[in-house]
Design a binder for this molecule. Structure first.
Ligand SMILES: C[S@@+](CC[C@H](N)C(=O)[O-])C[C@H]1O[C@@H](n2cnc3c(N)ncnc32)[C@H](O)[C@@H]1O
Length: 258
C-alpha cells in the first residue's frame, strides 16, 4: 500500500526539490480559492453542529466552566511556560500585542487577554468568529477578526510581538496555506518577535487532498523550508513525527534570516 508521503510526493511532484527528493525546495504557488472556501464551509458546519466539541474534541458536551478552564490550562502550559522567550529580558507582557491564529470560540483567547496588552484573535469561520466575539465581549483588549484562511490581513506589518496557534494548523489541508501563514506571521511581527505554533507531524494518516480535519503533515525538512522561505530562524522544535509538532520561529532583529 502506498504511504501517505509517497502519495503526497507524487501529487506535488512538480515542486519537489531535486537534491532532497520528497521535500519541496520552495513553496507551491498560490493558495487556491477552493481550499479557502472548503475550510470556511467545513468549519462553519462544525461550529453550527457542536462548536465546543470541534474546538476541543475530548468531550461532546462542555459545560461553560470546564470548557474555558481547558483553555486556561492550555495557556498556562503552552504560553505561560514560554514567557521568557516571548518577553526576553526587557519586556513586560502587559506591553505586548499578540495574534492568535484560529481562535475558535475564544476558549484560549479569554486567558491570553489576561496576560497580554492586546490580543487579535482571527478565524476562518464566521460562525466561530461570532461565538468568539460573544465570548470575549467583556474584554476591551480583544479584537476578533474574520480571516481569509491564509493571511493575517488587515493586520499592519511590524505590529505584534507574538503570534500563536494551537490545534489549528493540524487541520489545514495544504502546505501552501501553512506557508502563507508563516510569511504573514513574519510580516506582522516586529523584529525579534516569536511565532509559536503546532502542526501535524504524523505522516501516517490517510487524508484527502482538501481534507479540513486531517491536515497536511509537516516534516522536519518542510519546517526548515517554511522558516527559511518566510525569513524566520527556527529557535526550537519539539515532537517531529507526532501530532504535536511544535515550532518556535524567531523573526531576526534585522528582519531577515540568512
Ligand atoms: C480545533 S479548533 C481550535 C480553536 C482554538 N485554537 C482553541 O484551541 O480553542 C480549530 C479552529 O481553527 C480554525 N481554522 C481552521 N482552519 C483555519 C485557517 N486556515 N485559518 C484560520 N482559522 C482556521 C477553525 O475554524 C477552528 O475554529
Amino acid at each position: 500500500m502506498a504511504r501517505l508521503g509517497d502519495i503526497a510526493r507524487r501529487a506535488y511532484g512538480s515542486w519537489l526539490g531535486a537534491e532532497d527528493p520528497g521535500q519541496p525546495s520552495s513553496l507551491p504557488a498560490p493558495v487556491d480559492q477552493g481550499t479557502l472556501e472548503g475550510m470556511r464551509r467545513d468549519w462553519n458546519l462544525r461550529a453550527r453542529d457542536n462548536a465546543r466539541h470541534y474546538v476541543q474534541s475530548e468531550r461532546t458536551e462542555w459545560p461553560d466552566r470546564d470548557f474555558f478552564r481547558s483553555g486556561e490550562i492550555n495557556v498556562a502550559e503552552l504560553v505561560m511556560t514560554d514567557m521568557p522567550r516571548v518577553c526576553g529580558a526587557t519586556k513586560s507582557p502587559l506591553d505586548l500585542s499578540m495574534v492568535e491564529i484560529g481562535c475558535g470560540v475564544g476558549r484560549m483567547t479569554r486567558m491570553l487577554a489576561r496576560i497580554f496588552a492586546e490580543v487579535t484573535a482571527l478565524d476562518v469561520s464566521d460562525e466561530m468568529v461570532a461565538r468568539a466575539r460573544a465570548n470575549t465581549a467583556d474584554l476591551p483588549n480583544v479584537t476578533v477578526l474574520l480571516g481569509d484562511g491564509a493571511t493575517l490581513r488587515p493586520l499592519a506589518s511590524n505590529s505584534n510581538d507574538f503570534v500563536f496557534s494551537f490545534i489549528v494548523f493540524q487541520h489545514i489541508p495544504t502546505l501552501a496555506v501553512i506557508g502563507s501563514y508563516c510569511r504573514e506571521a513574519h510580516r506582522v511581527l516586529r523584529p525579534g518577535g516569536l511565532f509559536k505554533f503546532q502542526v501535524q507531524g504524523l505522516t501516517s494518516f490517510r487524508r484527502g487532498r482538501r481534507d479540513t480535519w486531517t491536515g497536511y503533515p509537516v516534516t522536519r525538512s518542510q519546517a526548515r523550508m517554511l522558516a527559511r522561505t518566510a525569513g524566520f530562524v527556527i529557535e526550537r522544535s519539539e515532537g517531529p513525527g507526532t501530532q504535536f509538532y511544535w515550532l518556535w520561529f524567531r523573526k531576526p532583529l534585522d528582519g531577515a534570516a540568512e
